[in-house]
Design a protein around this ligand. Structure first.
Ligand code: MUC
Ligand code: MG
Length: 367
C-alpha cells in the first residue's frame, strides 16, 4: 500500500460546443490525469481540471506543482496515511484541483487494493444519483432546444441555468422560456458565477419570482461582503456558495457571515477527504447541498457520483453530472451512461473506471 510514484499527465480533448458562463468559457478540456502507483502494482486515477478563471490553476501549473511539490510529499506514505497527506498538502495554500486529484487517486488505489468500491468505503448510502445539466450562455431558443435534447435523450429533468449577463433580462428571458416550455416537469436553478452585483441580483430574482426556482448560486461576488449578506437575507430560496467556498473554513466563514445558505460540493476541488469535511459541516449546520460540476470529464464525473451517492444529504438533490456530454471524446474504456435522468454507480472496485490506453496515448500532450 506504499505510494511509489505520482504521475501528472496533461491531455486535451475538444468540446463539441463551448460552454460559456459569466466568469469564462471552455472550448477544450485541457485537464491533467493523475496516477498514483503503489508497491503492490495498483494504480489509482483521478483528473484535475484547471480553471484559470476560478482558482488560477493552469494545466502546466498543475503538472509542475504535482511533479515538484505534492508528488514528492506523498511518495513513500501508505494509502492509509490520508491525514498525513492532508497535513503535508495543506501546508501550501491554494492549488485545489491538484491536491484533490491526488487525494481521489489515492482513494481509487485504496479501493482497488481492498477490492471495494470507494463509494461504499465513503458511506454507501445509495448506488445512483439524479442528474442536473448545466446550460451555458446562448439565445433562449438554443438553450430551450438543448434542454429538450437532454430531456428526450437522457431523461434529465433538472437544469442549472447560467446567468450573470447584462442586462439581466438576457438571462431572465431564458429561465422564463424554459419554464414556459416545460411547466412543472423540470426543476430549475440559476448560477451567476459572480457576474452581477447585489442589486442586479435582487432585481433578477424578483423578475423570476414566479418561476419556481430551487436555488440561486453565486450571483454576485462573496467579497461584496455586506451586499452579499443584504441579498441573501432577502431571498426566499437557498443561496448556494460555490467558488467562494473552496475549503471547509470558507464554508464556515460564508455561512456564519450570512453570505450563503447552501453549499456546492465539488470533488474536483476538495477531493474525497476534504469533501467529507464539507459534507459533515453542512450536515451539522443543516444546510442543503448540491454536488457541483467543475466542468469535469468522465473521470471527474465518476468521482462526483461516487461521493454524492455515498451520503444521504449529497444524494437528495440532482447532481451536476452531465457536462462531459459536450466533449467530443473521453478517456474511459467504457463511457458513463446517463439513463432515465440517473447516473448509476459501477460496481467495480475503486471509483469503478478504467482508462483506455489508446485514448490516453491519443490525447496526452506531453510528447
Ligand atoms: C459552476 O458551477 O460554476 C463554471 C465555473 C466554475 O468554476 O465551475 C463551473 C460551474
Ligand atoms: Mg457555480
Amino acid at each position: 500500500m506504499k505510494i511509489t510514484k505520482v504521475e501528472a499527465i496533461p491531455f486535451a480533448i475538444p468540446y463539441v460546443k463551448p460552454l460559456r458562463f459569466a466568469s469564462g468559457e471552455v472550448h477544450t478540456a485541457e485537464h491533467v490525469l493523475v496516477r498514483v502507483h503503489t508497491d503492490d502494482g495498483v494504480v489509482g486515477v483521478a483528473e484535475a481540471p484547471p480553471r484559470p478563471f476560478t482558482y488560477g490553476e493552469t494545466q502546466a501549473g498543475i503538472v509542475a506543482v504535482i511533479d515538484q511539490i505534492f508528488g514528492p510529499q506523498v511518495t513513500g506514505l501508505t494509502l492509509l496515511e490520508r491525514e498525513v497527506v492532508q497535513a503535508r498538502l495543506g501546508r501550501t495554500i491554494g492549488n485545489p484541483t491538484a491536491k484533490a486529484a491526488i487525494d481521489m487517486a489515492m482513494w481509487d488505489a485504496l479501493g482497488k487494493t481492498l477490492d471495494l468500491p470507494v463509494s461504499e468505503l465513503l458511506g454507501g448510502y445509495t448506488d445512483r444519483m439524479r442528474v442536473s445539466h448545466m446550460l451555458g450562455f446562448e439565445e433562449p431558443a438554443t438553450m430551450v432546444a438543448e434542454a429538450e435534447r437532454m430531456v428526450d435523450t437522457y431523461g434529465i429533468r433538472t437544469f442549472k441555468v447560467k446567468v450573470g449577463r447584462r442586462p439581466v433580462s438576457l438571462d431572465t428571458a431564458v429561465v422564463r422560456a424554459l419554464r414556459e416550455r416545460f411547466g412543472d416537469a423540470v426543476e430549475l436553478y440559476v448560477d451567476g458565477n459572480r457576474g452581477w452585483n447585489a442589486s442586479e441580483s435582487l432585481r433578477a430574482m424578483r423578475e423570476m419570482a414566479d418561476l419556481g426556482l430551487l436555488f440561486a448560486e453565486e450571483l454576485n461576488p462573496a467579497d461584496d461582503v455586506l451586499g452579499r449578506r443584504w441579498l441573501v437575507g432577502q431571498l426566499d430560496v437557498p443561496f448556494i456558495a460555490d467558488e467562494s467556498v473552496p475549503t471547509p473554513a470558507d464554508v464556515t466563514r460564508e455561512v456564519l457571515g450570512g453570505s450563503a445558505t447552501a453549499i456546492s460540493i465539488k470533488t474536483a476541488r476538495t477531493g474525497f477527504t476534504q469533501s467529507q469535511r464539507v459534507h459533515h459541516l453542512a450536515e451539522g449546520l443543516g444546510l442543503e447541498v448540491v454536488m457541483g460540476n467543475q466542468i469535469d470529464g468522465q473521470v471527474g464525473t465518476a468521482c462526483t457520483v461516487a461521493f454524492g451517492a455515498a451520503y444521504r444529504l449529497t444524494s437528495q438533490r440532482a447532481g451536476e453530472l452531465s457536462n462531459f456530454l459536450d466533449m467530443s471524446d473521453d478517456l474511459l474504456t467504457e463511457p458513463l451512461d446517463i439513463r432515465d435522468g440517473e447516473l448509476v454507480l459501477r460496481p467495480q472496485a475503486g471509483i469503478g473506471i478504467e482508462i483506455d490506453p489508446d485514448k490516453l496515448a491519443r490525447y496526452r500532450t506531453d510528447g
